[in-house]
Design a protein around this ligand. Sequence first.
Ligand code: GLC
Ligand code: CA
Length: 567
Amino acid sequence: MHRFLGVLVVLVISFSASAQKPDLDAEGHAWWQHAVFYEIYPRSFADSNNDGIGDLPGITSKLDYLHWLGADAIWIAPMFPSPEVDWGYDISDYYNVNPDYGTLADMDRLIAQGKQRNIRVLLDLVSTYASDQNKWFQESRSSKTNPKRDWFIWRDGKGPGVPPNNWTSMFGGSAWQFDAATGQWYYHYFYPPQPNFNYRDPEVEKAMFDVSRWWYKRGVAGFRLDAVDVMYVDSQFRDNPIVGTEKNALGDPVESEIYDKNQPELHGVLQRLRKVADEYNAVLIGETWTSDIAQLKRYYGEHNDEVQMPMDFMFATINKLSPADFRHQIDWIEGSGEWPVYVLSNHDIRRVYDRYSEGQPDRPSKDAIAKLMASLYLTLRGTAVMYYGEEIGMENNDPKRPEDVKDSQGRRGWPKEKGRDGERTPMQWNDTANAGFSTVAPWLPVDDHYKTYNVESEKKDPQSILNYYHQLLTLRHTNKALLDGKYIALNEDDPNVLAYARSYKGENVLVVLNMSATEQSVRLDLPAKKITASKAKTLTASYNAQEKIDLDKISVPPFGALIAELQ
Ligand code: GLC
Ligand code: CA
């Protein structure tokens, strides 16, 4: 009898343990490995109540569009209550929705409606720092003996008016702010109203894990983890070494950030945060700025126990149409044995449409480059994270006058640094006033090109950037080689054309990307890569490609992209 009970207990335990395991496909891949994520900047996506500000019901109203497009998950940039010093990245309440964007009930509806369309919702966990209006900071600053004093980083100055050390804020000036109430300085890597949490106090991570749990229980499928590299600072608060004598763009000395960034302790928090995520089958995307592959690899965790999806910003910021540079970066991540996470732009980076078409004389070339870049990161092995509007060829609409600038970075840096408003303008839905985003003037001006570049018009045009994305995403979701195939670099010496195959159990898909402004004839080194094929069938192309391709004479127009099945 005892024995039987024992077996039963084991069965029950193993059953509930396996119930917690994510569903894996035949290749051992979890859902997010084949997913396409789509970043939404909530203030700029869709305005449901016509106050000029995007909101959650607006997002919900566009779920059918996102489903049609082929997005499997959305991550919404911070939609929590915020004094908007840094447009949501200064959170005053982690347990609520910014009233500009709606209510918790609106969030629940968005999650439920997303579920019906197989679109998961991820939020942005801004866990490194809070808003100075957050009640936790208010308590912390109230007295040196407050129980939450150590939740933030407080230090004595080196003398009257002299901060504790030489660390500078990424947004300019000292990273220390004097607080007269208690006569100490608090640390902020970003703006002064964004005090950094002190993760050396274990209560802080507990509070943040609780925040994540609370949202998981509401149905959130994961988080994008903000600014993880500055979660910890040196315990001895040593000065950073100064590099050279030149000042940076904000007028500060250039520091080698060895004591205020990338401290090894941060990986411990990420591992524990991941454990919490695993309890809910949730996925973590990392805002992981790195300078080499070893650093990026570190974020996956030594036992794959940290961030499942650290974004590869080295890939994102190659910033030139250089096959050699892309090849190198792809080889790096492929060689690391990790699952790549590709992204081309976001709310902090100039739009891809502008960045890769700089100096191009005309719209057809720029449009071709937009399709070329899409073809690149949507056909590689890995997960792709899109940025809203990229699929219609939205471009930067930078402020023209200093008084129009909304991003504090642009206010401080004007005119040299215009800030990030340009890549955050309203989504262009149709060719009516304000691009159908709102009936009133939106919080940021709509780009002038919206009459041509908008969802409704582009849907009707078979040659549009939008329809090209749609085709690519459809293919990516259904083609076995694109889903699971390994990456095989081809023609690795070619300075103009980036070519590769994706290969899965004898099925091979060929991708040929002409990154130059002239037509290119390509002869593929397939035998050297042990691929036997004599012809190919076009699956999709950014130009009018023939259906049957003779592998002896592949010719690709300027900035053209060809995706074909090898036969
Ligand atoms: C993250 C956000 C960025 C913000 C910064 C500081 O990097 O992506 O938009 O400005 O954090 O808050
Ligand atoms: Ca609104």
